[in-house]
Write a protein of this length. Structure first.
Length: 205
């Protein structure tokens, strides 16, 4: 931690039947001085995609979603989704209708054409040319390539979560604790942390 300037690290090692090691080092942030603990709650960022994928695949098992059905069956905005097809002489984006329907399989495997601008030069250029910058699932941006043509990290998992909401009805934030708390012991995993889980001064729960 001293060499790499990180505030904290936690680690757990386990076999199928028991935890063989767990440790926590450093402070919870750079200002409070509160020590991090093995049960400290962290933002897990893209690891929420694994949970989203499980929720979607459960609906596939139940016959409520199909991997190869067009997403537009449940999210009508995808019926008119467009693909970036270059730029005109003035630098304006040229868009065309997608030839291949986006499917749940595309969303879960990052092959839909939906791209995060952080890792997509095409998406960055589109935004610099005046294209709308998406936030989560709104607005629906154009695809940076034809669905299924290649892999690119992007908004596919966000939209998979939206499909779960549409099919299940309640919002995705309420679905996850309900589905996984008992089965996986993930009692602290949620998109929105409950106020009672905050420990502003490091006191135990």
């Amino acid at each position: 931690m001293e060499r790499r300037k990180i505030p904290a690290v936690t680690a757990v090692a386990a076999t199928e039947g028991k935890i063989t090691y767990q440790g926590a080092f450093g402070t919870r942030d750079s200002a409070s001085g509160v020590k991090v603990a093995p049960d400290s709650i962290f933002a897990i960022a893209s690891m929420t995609q694994a949970v989203t994928s499980v929720a979607a695949m459960q609906l596939v098992e139940q016959g409520k979603l199909k991997l190869d059905d067009p997403v537009s069956k449940h999210a009508p905005e995808f019926a008119k989704v467009q693909v970036l097809d270059g730029y005109d002489a003035t630098g304006k984006p040229v868009l065309r209708p997608a030839r291949t329907p986006v499917t749940l399989k595309h969303l879960l495997t990052h092959t839909s054409g939906l791209c995060y601008d952080t890792w997509s030069d095409d998406m960055q250029r589109y935004e610099k040319a005046g294209g709308a910058v998406p936030s989560g699932v709104a607005p629906l941006p154009p695809l940076m390539f034809e669905p299924g043509a290649r892999w690119q990290y992007g908004y596919g998992a966000d939209w998979a979560g939206r499909l779960v909401e549409i099919v299940r009805q309640p919002d995705v934030g309420t679905i996850f604790p309900e589905q996984y708390s008992a089965a996986a012991g993930m009692r602290d995993t949620s998109f929105i942390m409950a106020s009672e889980k905050f420990r502003p001064h490091g006191e135990p729960l």
